[in-house]
Design a binder for this molecule. Structure first.
Ligand SMILES: *Cc1c(COP(=O)(O)O)cnc(C)c1O
Length: 357
């Protein structure tokens, strides 16, 4: 884990946001809310810290990071006391939860800021009916004295794979304007989404009404994972993809057939993958597995000619037939990591984390 690279990436995001008059809200859940990462984004100028998990916001706050905090998973009724304690803001999508939060805030004598979520088609959280969202906003504004209606937001590219574009960003901006008309004042925050919303920003089509983005993934993996969304965005080349490097040790090296021998059933994860017979090939086994990083598709070999062909919980098999570099038992192989692998590896007890400042 290279903190200089992380600070570099976060500074780039901050520059892009600044140039568009947008607040950079840094999402830290992708490193399990690691304090050293929160410090990196704070040093790079992030204006708010966000996580889906209150434990992580608590950790940052207890360590003295003074940025305002945002809970980005719609709160559980069972965690509302902690929401008031550790989050200055929260994303919300249910009146029942808002009412319970309001009551708790009134009882405690505190005020909590809420951002109401609009579902613009990705079909995860948020009101999909615009009038219902506007009514909810007016309801919070007029009759919930423990809550402050800070603004509205949306989330894209999570369940429905919907790309952030001029159309849905404009829809969000117009919704904000309608709410402002209804309540007779400006909203503090109009939150236009996550890393995937950098695309409309770079394309120059982000409405000026959008004034916050919640950015996690691209700072961590330098966009290795998000090429699908960012096809044409050349600015993203300025991000580095080597903040996290996984090192794993070779424990076996043999030439074996590529098609299993015998009756095919299921693999270690209960799945029945297809095996292509490519004849005999040289391959190595590494002492790390899916339990540590999740999916082999999220490992990117750094040596030409290596291909990760499979894994079980604790073993990873890499085809090295086309690899020019000689390998021996005990050698270390390095991989770049996509977001999901970073997320899991930073939580794994079995993986030793080395931090370079
Ligand atoms: C995870 C998350 C983000 C950050 O998404 P990235 O793709 O990591 O930038 C933003 N908002 C919400 C609601 C999230 O759950």
């Amino acid at each position: 884990m290279n903190h200089e690279v992380l600070r570099n990436n976060a500074s780039k995001v901050k520059e892009w946001c600044d140039a568009a008059g947008i607040m950079y809200c840094a999402v830290v859940k992708g490193t399990n809310g690691m304090l050293s990462f929160a410090k990196d984004v704070a040093a790079a100028g992030a204006e708010m810290l966000a996580s889906s998990r209150l434990e992580q916001l608590k950790r940052c706050r207890d360590a003295g990071i003074e940025l305002p905090t945002l809970l980005i998973r719609v709160p559980m009724i069972s965690e509302l006391d902690d929401v008031l304690e550790y989050a200055d803001y929260s994303l919300n999508s249910e009146i029942a939860t808002l009412e319970a939060l309001n009551e708790k805030a009134l009882k405690k004598g505190v005020e909590h800021k809420v951002i109401l979520m609009a579902d613009l088609g990705d079909l995860r959280e948020g009101w999909i009916d615009e009038d219902e969202l506007i009514n909810a906003a007016v309801h919070v504004e007029d009759s919930m004295d423990g809550l402050i209606l800070a603004g509205i937001g949306t989330n894209l590219g999570c369940y429905g794979s919907i790309v952030a574009d001029e159309q849905n960003m404009t829809q969000l901006a117009e919704l904000a304007e309608r709410i402002e008309e209804s309540i007779g004042r400006e909203l503090e925050i109009v939150s236009g989404g996550a890393s995937s919303s950098l695309k409309p920003l770079m394309d120059g089509v982000m409405p000026s009404k959008i004034n916050m983005l919640r950015i996690g993934a691209v700072v961590l993996d330098g966009c290795l994972d998000d090429v699908r969304i960012f096809y044409d965005v050349k600015e993203l080349d300025e991000l580095r993809d080597d903040a996290f490097i996984l090192k794993a040790e070779v424990i076996e090296k043999k030439t074996k057939p590529t098609h299993p021998i015998g009756t095919l059933g299921v693999n270690a994860f209960g799945k029945s993958p297809e095996y292509i017979d490519r004849g005999n090939r040289e391959r190595v086994i590494l002492a790390i597995g899916g339990q540590d990083y999740g999916d082999i598709a999220d490992l990117v070999p750094t040596v030409e000619g290596m291909e990760v062909i499979g894994a079980s919980g604790d073993h990873t098999i890499v085809d090295i037939e086309d690899c020019k570099k000689p390998l021996a038992i005990g050698d270390i192989i390095e991989f770049k990591l996509k977001y999901s692998a970073i997320m899991r590896l930073t939580m794994s007890e079995n993986v030793k984390l080395c931090e370079i400042d």
